[in-house]
Write a protein that binds this ligand. Structure first.
Ligand code: MG
Length: 218
């Protein structure tokens, strides 16, 4: 396989890895806020019931992201988590979450294409379901990436270490040469432990500022 030489930069970065939700598209907070209002609880409290805790485990959302069950199975398996939170779910919560309103952060998509054209290796690293891939392919051109790392295919999800190791292998780049952008701090920890440089993303302008600083383009 032909390998382009990455541009020189002070940090020795050769590959840039992007999370999807909150980095390439806006966070899906509006729909979550509507659902949280329904129960009179906070968004983090509701997300823990529907999407599971920060640590990876056997929550049905986590299992679906590892390709172990279908999206259609999640809602029916939420009982223990809803009971623990004292919530009486209506039954449509996962359907609402799977049809979110969001905007594509075009400036970030454009930058990914430019980074690849400049010789950087690029990857998409996302916790996601098989059912979501057609939507994601419409949002971001897959040819912007040298590697597409989807949790359901790898059978591991962030923050499980295996998916970060798989990303480095697919990129063919040493851990110390990788820069990673993610909006969830718990997803950054394993990357840091492996020696990746990281950006905790808070918005598209900040993403571009950090990319300008760490992997500048002409
Ligand atoms: Mg994210």
């Amino acid at each position: 396989m032909e390998r382009r030489s990455p541009p020189r930069n002070a940090s020795g970065i050769e590959a840039v890895v992007f999370d999807y939700g909150g980095v390439i598209i806006s966070p899906i907070v509006e729909k979550v806020a509507v659902l949280a209002d329904r129960f009179g609880i906070t968004m983090p409290e509701l997300l823990e019931v529907l999407l599971g805790p920060r640590e990876s485990g056997d929550h049905p959302w986590h299992r679906c992201e590892r390709g172990e069950i279908d999206v259609a199975d999640i809602q029916g398996l939420l009982g223990p988590w809803a009971d623990a939170a004292g919530l009486d779910l209506h039954g449509d919560e996962i359907d609402v979450l799977m049809d979110p309103t969001y905007s594509v952060l075009d400036v970030v998509v454009e930058r990914i294409g430019r980074l690849k054209a400049a010789g950087y290796r690029t990857a998409l690293l996302t916790n996601t379901f098989a059912e979501y891939r057609p939507t994601m392919q419409q949002v971001v051109p897959f040819d912007h990436f040298d590697a597409i790392v989807e949790s359901f295919e790898v059978k591991a999800r962030k923050p499980e270490r295996a998916i970060y190791e798989a990303t480095a292998v697919m990129l063919g780049v040493d851990h110390s040469r990788i820069l990673y952008l993610d909006d969830f701090d718990q997803n950054l920890r394993p990357a840091i432990e492996l020696g990746w440089s990281v950006v905790h993303v808070t918005g598209p302008e900040q993403s571009l500022r950090e990319l300008d600083r760490l992997v500048p383009l002409d």
